[in-house]
Design a protein around this ligand. Sequence first.
Ligand SMILES: C[S@@+](CC[C@H](N)C(=O)[O-])C[C@H]1O[C@@H](n2cnc3c(N)ncnc32)[C@H](O)[C@@H]1O
Length: 277
Amino acid sequence: VLLQEAAALRVARSDAEVLLTHALGCQRTTLRAFPEREVDAGEAAQARSWLQRRANGEPVAYIVGQREFWSLPLRVAPATLIPRPDTESLVELALSPRLAPPATARAASLPAVVDLGTGTGAIALALAAERPQWAITATDTDASALAVAESNVRRLAQGNITLCQGDWWAACAGQRFDLAVSNPPYLAADDPHLTAGDLRFEPRRALVSGTDGLDAIRTIALGAATHLKPGAWLAVEHGCEQGEQVRAVFMAAGLTAVFTVTDLAARERVTAGCWEG
Ligand SMILES: C[S@@+](CC[C@H](N)C(=O)[O-])C[C@H]1O[C@@H](n2cnc3c(N)ncnc32)[C@H](O)[C@@H]1O
């Protein structure tokens, strides 16, 4: 009955299944195998309220308070961006032999890695899961976002993550890193996507960066000189039509060997550059 009500509300079947599994505390396979299962009145009321919220456009991840990233069940809240599968390309590049600091490098200390604008902590937690020997600093300007990241770090961190609040590099003043990654806001202030879909509900500070969308990337690239060790890499996610501009920003900031990787749909999504020192 609840699935029929979801269809009547025009909630997509896949979204309805996620909402119902959370509201009813069951697996998707249970929903499918036992569609006639009786549920208690409290669970049914919760499910109906969530289906209505989804019908009003609210993102599923905010309704259930969770989204999976890199196989980690992250807590999300309206103060944070909802982590996207696209960002896993940035994690893959950061872990690749070309960019990743070897565990044995600079043996006196652990490789130091920073995730600028961490939101839920998605990138930092994915890197920590794969490289528990890295000393990872995760920053954000927003205290509410950092509180969400902190709860994810407490529940999920397998490595060594330090959270710092501040404006981009100012959060880690005086420190130099072996690798820096960021998925910064990169939409232009008048981007029409801001008025559609999930983006309507996400914090503007997580999405928009100046009139051309590149203010944050300019600041991050310019900070490479004072915050990266010689030979360290900076990698940022960006819009699929910003590759050429981001490469120009990186080169103007003195980064070398600049290159862009494409996602599975052959769109330019992540640019990296090396600080030679
Ligand atoms: C696109 S979201 C990315 C969140 C997360 N890294 C992810 O990939 O899901 C950008 C993040 O940058 C943060 N941010 C915006 N302006 C900032 C600033 N001036 N300094 C540091 N972080 C900032 C936002 O609060 C937001 O969490």
